[in-house]
Design a protein around this ligand. Structure first.
Ligand code: ATP
Length: 288
């Protein structure tokens, strides 16, 4: 399973510049790939193109190696590849705004029913999706009486119930309280270990550092930096120039080095920073 962009360009009608400009990107099986970038850098547009919601103006978006849109017919107009919703699921920004049914289970069953499943098959798919996200106990609740984090999980369950092989998510942790963020972050990490490729847009460097196996930074529609978090995040000068901050642990490590002359390396997570500090605290005593 995989998601890929090949020289992908997307220009909105009448826009002077492409929002996405010749992007090459690969999101691999069983891993989370995070798409980062300043506001307006083209992340959501690239995500929508890679999920096949829009046809690239030039280049290709590939899902499991096949283009999302093909030119067929005598007029050669682009047409979305059949069966795409099963190949890639798309979780839009604030997906809970789309919740509409009387219960969480009915809401999650809507997608599979729409794809042709019988009522029994759709109910089974919904139950499996709720189970995957650990919210089976909410099945009979009204989606409108849930917490923000629970609503977000219920909405993501609606996408998973369609059983997509790969998944793209646009800022799934945004606008949630810390508990809601943690619930969704854990769910995404869990999904990545069970699904194909997971491609996620986030503005939060801590989420990216803790979740991603690889990251790509967009700048004015182009990939400016890419690699593993350990390769990308230490490039603090370039990240700042691109309008991005650092993971908090790395920021703290840089402050410790600059202001106190203490070197804890380049920790990307608070756990790694705590381990490095514990190592420093132990070091002199052990050596004494
Ligand atoms: N429907 C649209 N029509 C015309 N231009 C658009 C449209 N949607 C986005 N754009 C433009 O495309 C560019 C990229 O927008 P996009 O939403 O992809 O950026 P983003 O990186 O996801 O931003 P943010 O972090 O603020 O969500 C921006 O210049 C934006 O103004």
């Amino acid at each position: 399973m995989s998601l890929a962009a090949r020289s992908l360009t997307y220009r909105y009608p009448d826009a002077p510049f492409p929002a996405v400009d010749g992007v090459d990107l690969e999101a691999r099986d069983g891993r989370v790939t995070c798409l980062l970038g300043a506001t307006g850098s083209g992340k959501s547009t690239l995500l929508r193109a890679m999920a096949g919601l829009v046809a690239p103006t030039a280049g290709e978006a590939l899902v499991d190696g096949a283009p999302t849109w093909v030119r067929r017919g005598v007029l050669g107009r682009p047409r979305r590849r059949p069966g795409l919703p099963r190949a890639v699921g798309y979780v839009m920004q604030r997906p809970e705004r789309q919740l509409f049914a009387a219960t969480v289970a009915e809401d999650a069953a809507f997608g599979p029913r729409n794809l042709g499943a019988t009522d029994a098959e759709a109910a089974e798919a919904a139950e499996a999706a709720l189970g995957l996200l650990g919210i089976r106990h909410l099945a009979c609740r009204s989606p409108f009486e849930l917490s923000g984090g629970q609503q977000r999980l219920a909405a993501i369950a609606g996408v998973l119930a369609m059983d997509p092989a790969n998944l793209v998510l646009d800022e799934p942790m945004a606008a949630l309280d810390p508990e809601g963020r943690a619930i969704v972050r854990d769910a995404v990490a869990h999904l990545a270990s069970r699904r194909g490729a997971v491609l996620l847009v986030t503005h939060d460097m801590d989420d990216a550092a803790s979740l991603a196996a690889s990251v790509a930074v967009l700048d004015r529609g182009r990939v400016a930096l890419s690699g593993s978090p350990a390769e990308v995040f230490p490039r603090s000068g370039e990240l700042r120039r691109l309008g991005l901050g650092l993971p908090s642990a790395l920021e703290a490590a840089h402050l410790l080095r600059e202001r106190r002359g203490v070197d804890v390396g380049e920790p990307l997570t608070l756990n790694a920073l705590a381990d490095a500090l514990a190592g420093l605290a132990r070091g002199p005593r052990e050596g004494a």
